[in-house]
Design a binder for this molecule. Structure first.
Ligand code: ATP
Ligand code: FE
Length: 335
């Protein structure tokens, strides 16, 4: 089975070709245009998708050494995401599936971040059901009990900002360019995580809140900069390490609670923030410390990519879960 997968939910145009559960090609075109605006501009995003989608799909087919006629089905991101962005991918997927007379498969982007673990990679151990997924990305922070491929329960989520936003907004306060998450990670590696302490939010059950942390960081930086105008540049590594440390503690506290509540000790992380080196390291250490089995995806399957849309497409192909061309994109969508 050959699946062409298209992802266009936010600001990355991505296409991948899978042969069954193996990735033959995985192409992403990042839209750097947004960096100068400090965030994704929806109108610019959909225009850039329109420019990128044909070359990205061509490259995916070429890298996979596959012709369009060999494809068995096309999967695309139905949502959640920016409507204008989603529509570019879905229209293209619909037209191509119609032209080639092959099945069309709609994929939930957040389910894809979870199921990216089922991409077949040499040396990568796939999780077994049930497991707990911690999905941490630019728009979401969720703890999910994954019972089977398409049976997932969200057992905790953020009540305000996502973890990715906590990283990006903290970075912005520090004067770092958008998206700041990877930069905070980079500087944190050189700093002392215990240099500064930020109060952790008190949120009941398995839910999260990150907006208070952002405000705490803002006030802390404002106060310190009044005392010393060079505070940020003199302490950047320590500030980043301390912010990252606080965020990791918040996540680990909730994961421990999730394990206690469900009795499941298999933890799989996904979403763009799971690229964070501190989170990856802490989670690995938790294997020894708590007796967990952890699953950390390959770097390229953490941030937005089409391979994850392809693996869900493949699973749905096996189940015959196809759509007709009147399927609609959804900016907000549950499982
Ligand atoms: P969603 O998946 O919720 O729709 P999205 O697709 O925009 O949101 P992703 O691409 O999955 O989000 O993740 C992007 C986020 O990941 C950004 O907030 C970015 O700063 C963050 N991020 C990426 N790499 C790192 C890193 N190394 N450390 C911390 N954050 C990171
Ligand atoms: Fe995403």
């Amino acid at each position: 089975v050959f699946i062409l997968a298209i992802e266009s939910s936010c600001d990355d145009t991505a296409a991948a070709v899978l042969q069954n559960d193996k990735v033959l090609s995985n192409v992403v075109a990042n839209q750097l245009i947004h960096n100068q605006y400090g965030g994704v501009v929806p109108e610019l995003a959909s225009r850039a998708h329109q420019q990128n989608i044909v070359p990205v799909i061509d490259a995916a087919l070429k890298n996979a050494n596959i012709s369009k006629e060999q494809l068995s089905a096309i999967s695309f991101t139905q949502g959640p995401g920016l409507m204008g962005s989603l529509l570019v991918g879905s229209s293209f997927a619909k037209s191509l599936a119609l032209a080639l007379n092959i099945p069309l498969i709609a994929v939930n982007h957040m389910q894809a971040h979870v199921l990216a673990h089922f991409i077949d990679e040499a040396g990568y151990d796939k999780p077994t059901f049930p497991f707990i997924a911690l999905t941490i990305s630019g728009g979401h922070t969720q703890i999910i009990k994954v019972n089977s491929f398409f049976d997932m329960d969200i057992i905790g989520e953020t009540t305000d900002d996502a973890v990715g936003e906590a990283f990006d907004k903290s970075a912005k306060i520090l004067g770092l360019p958008y998206p700041g998450g990877p930069l905070v990670d980079k500087y944190a590696q050189l700093g002392n995580p215990k240099a500064f302490t930020f109060t952790k939010p008190k949120v009941p059950d398995l839910d999260f809140s990150f907006s208070g942390l952002k405000t705490a960081i803002l006030y802390f930086i404002q106060k310190k900069t009044i005392e010393n105008p060079n505070f940020i540049e003199e302490n950047l590594n320590d500030i980043c390490a301390s912010i990252q440390h606080t965020i990791i503690e918040i996540l680990m506290d909730k994961l421990q609670l999730a394990v206690a509540v469900t009795g499941i000790k298999q933890i799989a992380i996904g979403g763009g923030v799971s690229a964070n080196s501190g989170i990856r390291k802490t989670l690995k250490e938790a294997e020894q410390k708590f007796g967990w089995k952890t699953y950390i995806p390959k770097f390229e399957y953490t941030t937005d990519n089409a391979a994850m849309i392809g693996i869900v497409g493949y699973q749905k192909f096996l189940l015959g879960k196809f759509e007709t061309s009147d399927v609609v994109s959804k900016a907000r969508i549950l499982f």
